[in-house]
Design a protein. Structure first.
Length: 381
């Protein structure tokens, strides 16, 4: 019988978005082959696919957490969703390293999916303390873990070099899309435009995701304005926010802030779009679920390469890409891709293929299962 997987995470629906959606989908996928329990914070909703135990009110109370874990068979594997800020204020929880060490001594198999690792060093005293605590936690995590799948290729490369004795623990585990593509008809793009008062022949440039400094939405706005100034009939849509851009009347009719939408409506908008613009300040990476949404929908993606980008994505021929500090080239790339239907379609098809082969949920689960139960994997082989 397959081992029980105890997926430890303090984020789960009904708290929606980001890692909550990832946890729900991960538990659902794993439940096809293993009994799964999600150990999480109070308020989590039930599931008919896996067991939910929403009983951890304080992630610093190690006795309580150990008591909860004692409810499961000794050979259960503990699968941690690791983002520092999930388990403590400012991302610092001084008790967790002791818990991980105790679990290791007790013989529990622990696998940590690392979505974030540590904050950058900041010499302001309060932030410095948190940054140092993140580093202490990470070292304890590495020591206690049996395997550490990381959602960013660049971090796998970096930590394999920094800690060569631990390199065998690190592997890449991308974060697949949380937006499942819906089925659409052959006239969907035209119908979607007409329903929103957009000319059928207009190109749709879309930005998808939360709005923050490292997402550089203003690059997308500048690229859209430059494209329109060059005579390209392009409409800008923003999914995930509805910012007031203070546009002059001549531009307002070519801007559609869609705000936060249900997943099916996000999918419909992506299916109707021509180009997804994602100019990350740290560069694109495999943990960007907005990227994965674009690829899974067969949508051409224009993005940036930076210090957070691994070697594979930096050379990916299925992305329109430029350096993360080169806004001028990004703006020019957007206009060039909007003009070139053939190149956009080639990127879209290449991205769809890459998603199916490298980043989809079935691929990710196949990568993860041997880390959770290596003895079963060897027996099957």
């Amino acid at each position: 019988m397959a081992r029980r997987i105890v997926l430890v995470s303090d984020l789960l629906p009904p708290k929606r978005g980001g890692l909550a959606d990832h946890t729900h989908r991960l538990a659902t996928e794993l439940s096809a082959t293993h009994p799964v329990t999600v150990l999480t914070s109070p308020g989590a909703g039930p599931s008919d696919k896996y067991q939910v135990r929403s009983s951890i009110g304080d992630w610093k109370d190690l006795d309580w957490i150990m008591a909860e874990l004692s409810e499961y068979p000794n050979d259960s594997v503990l699968l941690w969703q690791y983002v520092p800020h999930m388990y403590g204020r400012g991302g610092a929880n001084r008790n967790l390293p002791r818990l991980w060490r105790d679990l290791k001594k007790a013989g529990n198999r622990q696998v940590f999916i690392a979505h974030e690792i540590m904050a950058d060093l900041d010499w302001r005293p309060s932030r410095l303390w948190y940054a140092l605590q993140h580093r202490r936690q990470w070292q304890a995590l590495v020591d206690a873990a049996d395997a550490i799948p990381i959602s960013t290729g660049r971090w796998v490369e970096e930590w394999s070099q920094r800690l060569p004795a631990m390199a065998s623990k690190f592997s890449l585990l991308p974060s697949p899309t949380s937006i499942e593509p819906i089925a659409v008809g052959p006239n969907h793009a035209r119908e979607w435009r007409v329903a929103r008062g957009i000319a059928p022949e207009a190109k749709i440039l879309v930005y998808f995701g939360t709005i923050g400094p490292n997402k550089q939405l203003y690059w997308v706005i500048n690229a859209w304005r430059a494209a329109r100034a060059a005579g390209i009939p392009v409409v800008l849509t923003v999914i995930g926010g509805a910012p007031d851009l203070g546009l002059p009347p001549a531009l307002r009719e070519f801007y559609r802030p869609l705000g936060y939408l249900p997943a099916a409506e996000v999918s419909a908008a992506l299916h109707a779009s021509d180009l997804l613009a994602l100019p990350f300040s740290d560069g694109v990476s495999e943990r960007r679920t907005t990227l994965m949404a674009g690829l899974s929908h067969g949508l051409a993606v224009a993005t940036t390469i930076g210090h957070g980008t691994g070697k594979e994505l930096a050379q990916a021929n299925f992305l329109g890409r430029c350096h993360a500090n080169d806004e001028k080239t990004f703006v020019e790339m957007i206009s060039a891709l909007l003009r070139d239907d053939h190149q956009r379609r080639a990127l879209a098809e290449g991205g769809r293929k890459a998603n199916a082969e490298l980043y989809s949920w079935p691929v990710v689960i196949r990568r993860l299962l041997p880390l959770l139960d290596p003895s079963a994997h060897r027996a099957a082989a």
